[in-house]
Design a protein around this ligand. Structure first.
Ligand code: NAI
Ligand code: MG
Length: 399
């Protein structure tokens, strides 16, 4: 079989460090691929005025599968001052390259798994009957709509006449906001389309079906946000009736969800939500299974097949300059595992998952976050594993 080509996009800071370790683990598991490097991140903003150069977009168009580390974004004043002097004042505008990539490729389906690894000292615990400490097993996949909603970018401060006049046709806007001077008005829209709502809901049902779960949870707020949240709930209920009669649709509001997930996280396996609520609820669940060192995601377009796999964490610039890297590579390695699963390499993926689970369960090799330490260079002297040692331990378990 022809070798697959994977576009690696290390990005900035620790993105570079963890991606290298992920590839070492993939190699050790026997995954045969050619890797081509895609430029992305702050250094390309500074040097070229574009953090997602066209050549990287072309690579993804051609090869379709991307493994991404993390990028650095900085506040507005820095985007201007750090741009190469010859590019300054030439009209370059900074956009987050991740958001640009999601929008360009329409990577509307985002899957964020949160699954307990037994023995992880960071796992959520609670007090049960008679004071007994319980460690419920979390096994949830969050389906986050990745391109629309509040992150769709349709927003204004001091809206134009046309926009303002249109808003004024809404009785609630007139009654509740009509008093506000226009320059003091900021509006961010929450747009859902039936096409993309249907796609994310269907992805959730398909996953539930494949794993044998009898329920999906719509995590929105349809009692208040009647149009958009209401659309998602309705689509889910109709789809259940028509196509998935054995899977029922549970309706849990986002605010209630953030309470329920620390009371009984084991009750949820498949959650579907819009962009912002999906972002929130996936971070909240990630906190129950160890946080950023363990949280990962896949995003893809089911029509074109373009897929990008990445850890949830950012570039953690503070940690990027350490002589010995201390950050936990597990989130990035799990992104690689999701890529393997997407490519149908189930046996290899399962072996890496087991190796990670074994290392964590054994508890001999722990990154600093698993030791609840502050992330200083000194953690190595205090017994924490380096990034490379963590990857080494996982590779050793692969046998
Ligand atoms: P961050 O995720 O980079 O780091 C926050 C903290 O989490 C770190 O200080 C560290 O204590 C911990 N942490 C992160 N990754 C870890 C790992 N693998 N192992 C152990 N601990 C880990 O978020 P922050 O500091 O808010 O942002 C830093 C930069 O990253 C910013 O420029 C931000 O814009 C960017 N960012 C990029 C993202 C992406 O590329 N997808 C996502 C989030 C932030
Ligand atoms: Mg987030």
């Amino acid at each position: 079989m022809a070798k697959r080509t994977i576009v690696t996009m290390p990005g900035d800071g620790i993105g570079k460090v963890v991606l290298d370790q992920c590839i070492r683990v993939l190699d050790a598991a026997g995954f045969e691929a050619e890797y081509v490097k895609g430029d992305i991140g702050w250094e390309f903003w500074c040097a070229e005025g574009n953090p997602l150069p066209d050549r990287t977009v072309k690579l993804l168009e051609e090869h379709k599968i991307g493994l991404f580390g993390a990028i650095t974004s900085k506040p507005k004043d820095k985007t201007a001052s750090e741009l190469a002097p010859e590019l300054q004042g030439k009209g370059f505008t900074y956009y987050s390259p991740i958001v640009s990539m999601r929008q360009h490729f329409d990577l509307d389906i985002c899957m964020r798994p949160c699954k307990t690894l037994k023995g992880n000292p960071l796992n959520f615990i609670r007090r049960g009957k008679e004071g007994i400490i319980e460690e419920p097993e979390v096994d949830v996949m969050i389906f986050r709509q990745n391109t629309e909603g509040l992150y769709g970018g349709v927003e204004w401060t001091n809206p134009s006449d046309q926009v303002y006049d249109a808003l004024m046709t809404h009785p609630k806007f007139r009654a509740n906001f009509g008093w506000c001077p226009r320059p003091e008005l900021a509006v961010s829209t929450r747009i859902f389309t039936k096409k993309y709502v249907t796609r994310i809901v269907k992805a959730a049902f398909e996953y539930a079906k494949s794993r044998g779960f009898g329920k999906i949870t719509v995590c929105e707020k349809p009692n208040v946000i009647r149009e958009t949240s209401g659309m998602m709930l309705k689509v889910a209920q109709e789809m259940s009736k028509a196509d998935y009669p054995d899977i029922w649709v549970e309706d849990v509001n986002i605010d209630a969800m953030t309470m329920w997930l620390t009371k009984s996280p084991e009750n949820y396996n498949v959650i579907v939500a819009g962009n912002m609520f999906g972002d929130i609820v996936s971070d909240a669940f990630a906190g129950l299974i160890g946080g950023l060192g363990f949280a990962t995601s896949a995003q893809f377009n089911p029509e074109t097949g373009v897929s990008v796999f990445e850890p949830t964490h950012g570039s953690a610039p503070k940690y990027a300059g350490y002589d010995i890297s201390i950050v936990n590579p597990i989130a990035m390695i799990l992104s690689g595992v999701m890529m393997l699963e997407h490519l149908g390499e189930m046996e290899m993926a399962a072996r890496i998952r087991k190796a990670i689970a074994d290392v964590v369960a054994e508890g001999k090799v722990k990154a600093y976050d698993m030791m609840k330490m502050k992330g200083t260079p000194d953690v190595i002297n205090q017994g924490a594993a380096s990034t490379i040692q963590m990857a080494d331990a996982i590779i050793a378990k692969l046998g």
